[in-house]
Design a protein. Sequence first.
Length: 244
Amino acid sequence: MRNRDIDIEGMVNVRDLGGFRTRTGQMTRHGVFVRGDAPYRISDRSRQQMIDRGLQTVIDMRYAHELAQRPNRFAGHPQVDFKHIPLYVETSYMGMIRQFRDLGGWYCTILDQGGVPIRTILGILAHAPATTLLHCFIGKDRTGIMSALLLNLVGVSDTDIIDDYIQSQQNLQAISADIQSVRPFFVPKAQFENLIAAKYEYINTLLAHLVATYTDAAGYMQSIGVAEDDVAAIRSKLLDTGGD
């Protein structure tokens, strides 16, 4: 398996979703879907390197205020189709508190209530040419949910999906100070550190809920109204048939 980490100056948590073996023995294709942290620190040189490597579409799943505070370096670039699709659910103050106390449960809430933005994102992924970068702020939570859905769809094992998620723990050490700068005043530092960690139980809770509620990613996509042709297109793009 080729190393899936991608070294981009100014980004720390970038990985290719290619290189996974599926339950049927096929491999996921490199250079199709790339997960990452927000590209707000990258230089012009780094940005052009990504474009030269085939990047044509960028999907930013951050909230509007996150994008305003840390502008995306690909927004407005003539060679990139930039999409801002916030992945969020409406919540009360108590719902927000729950997010900080039960991150795995919050992932499940996003899955259950975030069908509209997730359907939109999947539609873009199905039709985007060349390479697509999918990211949130640190490339762990919202990006982790979408990556898990894509990998489950093509038959990657839960073990490999969890390992991919946990890789963020090591990668994010480089920007820990920047991450801490967004800690809400009402969240204790120790609790926030748990929130930004990439723990087994967080992603495992999501995967267990996916199976228990929807059977698998295909069942989930059907439940939120993703077109069958789009699901088939994503599978076709991500699975390496050995013919190219």
